[in-house]
Structures are given as C-alpha cells and as structure tokens.
Design a protein around this ligand. Structure first.
Ligand SMILES: CC(C)(COP(=O)(O)OP(=O)(O)OC[C@H]1O[C@@H](n2cnc3c(N)ncnc32)[C@H](O)[C@@H]1OP(=O)(O)O)[C@@H](O)C(=O)NCCC(=O)NCCS
Length: 184
C-alpha cells in the first residue's frame, strides 16, 4: 500500500492500533464532524469499528485512504481518502478531516496537493471534492491545492438523514495540475 511523503507529512495506510489516536485527535470531536456526514463518536468503540472498516476496505485495487501523520511523529492526526467515484469510476472524489489542534497550519492543503498528485500519477484525469457552504475553510484548502469551483449542488447532510444541504463542488484536471487558473 502506498505511503506519500511531503515536506512535513507522511500519509500512510491506517494500522491496527490507530484507534486511540483517531479518537483522541478527531473522531470524538463535534467541531470536526460538524460539516461532515458522520456523527462524533460517543466512545472509542465506534472508532474501533471505523478502523476495522477502514482496514477491511484496503484491497489490491483500493488503497486510497491515508492516515495523516507528522513526519517526526507516527500518530494519525487526520485522514484523507477517496470517498467515491463519479463518471462511472473515472473521477475520484476526495474527502478529508484533521484534528482541531492542527488546523490553520497548511497541513490539509499540503496533504490534498499530494493526494491529487498521486491520483494523477495513477492515471486519473480529473479529481473532484466538495464542501458545505458553511465551511469555507475547506474551500480555501481546495483552492490552495489548485482546484476550481464548478457549481453548487444538494446532498444529504448526514449519513442516514434525509435532510439536504448545499455543497460547493470543485475539480482539478491533470493537464492543469501545475497551472493555478485554468478550468478543465
Ligand atoms: C477544513 C480543514 C480540513 C482545514 O484544514 P487545515 O489544515 O486547517 O487547512 P489549511 O491550514 O491548509 O488551510 C485553511 C485555509 O482556510 C482558511 N480559513 C480558516 N478558517 C476560515 C474561515 N472561517 N473562513 C474562510 N477561510 C478560512 C485559512 O485562512 C486557510 O486559507 P489561506 O491559506 O488562504 O489563508 C480542517 O479545518 C478540518 O478538518 N475541519 C473539520 C473537517 C472538515 O470540515 N473537513 C472537510 C469536509 S469538506
């Protein structure tokens, strides 16, 4: 499975034993879950279950989920992954979360840029992501990673909920990966 090294980060596969750090750093935290589709974990058992799911989903053909760790400390402080595919499997959609203590340091911009590069290296031509309109910081991450706003849509606010919310959709195309201001 792939590990990605950036200037400050190591993006590595999740391991058995990561649940405590996941719970401590983000899965318990309403501030992190607020604009995501999952609910904060009330106790660590839910995080153990999530980690088991993560580990079971790694296959020969899908390993696009990384624990975000700092280069000098092998503890997950967040997660970045492919949450689905559009265009009949041709276009991966990226999602991400980061522990509150680590916000505002450019960490997710660095991680997102690296994951986009990995997906392009693997042959994908376009990558997408979206964020709730109430969560502009995530839009800045996408823009800073070179993605472009392409429109709004409605999605289910939470897993298992029929309530809809508005999201802003972004894309980046391989041919424009190193150009900051061109659309596909
Ligand atoms: C959104 C999130 C991923 C950002 O990660 P991060 O590492 O703090 O992001 P970065 O430091 O790389 O960049 C943050 C950008 O947002 C900007 N920002 C922060 N708060 C903001 C706000 N309230 N409004 C607008 N921009 C904001 C910062 O100024 C920065 O942009 P800049 O570099 O142009 O100044 C992180 O806060 C998080 O995990 N939140 C909870 C989970 C989540 O929302 N995930 C995304 C779901 S779509």
């Amino acid at each position: 499975m792939s590990t990605i090294y950036t200037g400050r980060l190591v993006l590595r596969p999740f391991h058995q034993g990561d649940a405590e750090a996941m719970f401590r750093n983000w899965t318990y935290d309403e501030r992190v879950a607020r604009y995501c589709r999952w609910y904060p974990h009330i106790d660590i058992d839910s995080t153990y279950e999530l980690l088991e799911l993560y580990l079971s989903e790694y296959t020969d053909t899908f390993d696009y989920r990384w624990a975000i760790t700092l280069a000098d400390h092998d503890e997950p402080i967040g997660c970045i992954d492919v949450v689905g595919f559009a265009d009949e499997g041709r276009t991966p959609e990226i999602g991400y979360v980061l522990g509150n203590s680590y916000w505002g340091k450019g960490i997710m911009t660095e991680a997102l840029r690296a994951v986009i590069g990995k997906l392009f290296d693997d042959g994908y031509e376009r990558v997408i992501a979206c964020h709730r309109i109430e969560n502009p910081a995530s839009g800045r991450v996408m823009e800073n990673a070179g993605m472009h706003f392409i429109g709004e849509s409605k999605v289910n606010m939470k897993f298992g909920s029929a309530r809809l919310c508005t999201v802003k959709n972004y894309e980046i195309c391989k041919e424009h990966y190193n150009e900051q201001d061109m659309h596909c």
